[in-house]
Design a protein around this ligand. Structure first.
Ligand code: NAD
Length: 391
């Protein structure tokens, strides 16, 4: 029905495994023709493992006339350079979160994309997954009335995690940007834009390297930015949401998103996953877990790999590819990515200055059509959720 979109992946690290697998074998709209990386060995390894035809340098990908879309899976601190280069070369770009590490950089990228008439899509695309789309449907169909308030919480030991995920030691590596962005993405996809922010924050501790991962000889490091943020967000829809991101605690992750409405309460599962359960709570009745109304529930229907717990990552790329062909806006678009970053940066700024910050960006995200599923026969058969990405 639609011509496939010829696509290349830049950044062949850990998360590229699930992206490459899904882009190559799950989404029929994508033709994954090439992989590239700053050093070539990781790209060669992914090309061998997943059967990708071409291994290219970043410059070769930018110059390749047949490549329309570049999927940027480099660390956050490399996003600005890679995205800018690809946009200036005339490519549509999908990027892992966050759009950039500063709002100024992100605004410049959005401007370049606008000027050149190119698509720029931004993770998290878990907001297109079964859990968050089901929660969105519950809100849109008035199951809890008007949302008056909410709570969003996540915690981790981000310094310890940066021993293994070394990119977390750079800009964009603090917990609010690296993980909190899933919570902000979920909240804004459910409630719309944030109009005002007040926050308190604390930095990460100086981290003494542990006897792990050959880091013992390294100098101590401190993850830049506020690693703990406690904020109050006022949404344009009127909801007041308390947000707590704590990266200075232990890896006993407690994640919670609870939305309180005039007629009911909705609990949303882990927004870093595609299948977070959605629980509806009414007065004086047992809580009820809602059946998913949408596909992309993270259930793997392809040959198993060790990376399948990352679920349906790449669904935002496929949805953007259909948007490119149809000439309509994509759901996880540049305005959504910019707004998520503005909210995160606004929390940091409010904590640093003691003032209220008002994000200026705005966006709209249409829900996906319900009733399409990713699998049937208990997850053994593949069903056609891709149809929900077309319009
Ligand atoms: N690790 C996770 O669990 C996870 C999950 C979801 C999203 N992400 C996001 O995905 C991105 C990548 O994460 P990862 O875990 O795969 O990191 P990684 O460090 O394993 O891989 C990043 C790769 O990008 C390459 N690279 C760095 N700068 C480059 C540049 N300028 N040009 C070309 N290649 C470059 C590196 O050589 C490396 O191979 C990050 O934005 C991260 O936030 C990670």
């Amino acid at each position: 029905m639609y011509r496939k979109v010829r696509t290349a992946v830049v950044g062949c690290g850990m998360i590229s495994n699930i992206y490459i697998k899904n882009l190559k074998d799950l989404f029929s709209i994508i033709d994954l023709v090439a992989v590239g990386n700053r050093s070539m060995a990781p790209a060669e390894e992914k090309a061998r493992t997943y059967g990708i035809g071409r291994v290219m340098t970043v410059d070769e990908i930018a110059a390749a006339e047949d490549i329309e879309l570049v999927v940027n899976l480099t660390p956050a601190f490399s996003h600005y350079d890679v995205i800018r280069k690809m946009l200036l070369a005339g490519k549509h770009v999908w990027t892992e979160k966050t759009l950039a590490v500063t709002v100024e950089q992100a605004r410049e990228l959005v401007e370049i994309a606008n000027e050149k008439g190119l698509y720029l899509g931004v993770a998290p695309d878990t907001v297109l997954g079964a859990g968050l789309q089901t929660a969105r449907r519950a809100i849109d169909t008035d199951m809890i009335g008007a949302v008056t308030s909410g709570v969003a919480v996540v915690n981790r030991d981000q310094a310890l995690n940066s021993e293994y995920f070394t990119f977390l030691r750079g800009n964009g590596g603090c917990l609010p940007y690296d993980v909190g962005v899933y919570y902000i993405g979920a909240l804004v996809s459910l409630l719309g834009p944030v109009e005002a922010i007040r926050a308190f924050g604390a930095p990460a501790p100086l981290h003494e390297p542990q006897f792990l991962y050959a880091n013992a000889e390294a100098e101590p490091w401190r993850i830049p930015g506020a690693n703990v943020l406690s904020a109050s967000l006022r949404f344009e829809c009127g909801a007041l949401v308390s947000v707590l991101f704590d990266g200075n605690t232990v890896n006993a992750t407690q994640h919670d998103i609870t939305l309180f409405g005039t007629r009911g309460v909705l609990k949303v599962g882990d927004p870093n996953a595609f299948n977070g359960p959605v629980t509806l709570i009414y007065a004086d009745q047992p809580p009820c877990v809602l059946p998913f109304t949408h596909g992309y529930d993270g259930v793997n229907t392809l040959a198993p790999t060790p990376f399948d717990h990352y679920g349906h990552r790449g669904v935002g790329v496929a949805e953007m590819a259909y948007a490119i062909r149809a000439g309509r806006p994509n759901r996880c678009g540049k305005e959504y990515g910019l707004h998520c970053l503005e909210v995160l940066a606004g929390m940091e700024q409010s904590a640093a200055t003691g003032r209220t910050v008002e994000p200026v960006s705005r966006f709209k995200m249409r829900p996906l059509a319900p009733g399409y599923y990713s699998s049937f026969m208990g997850g053994t058969g593949r069903a056609d959720a891709e149809k929900s990405l077309v319009d």
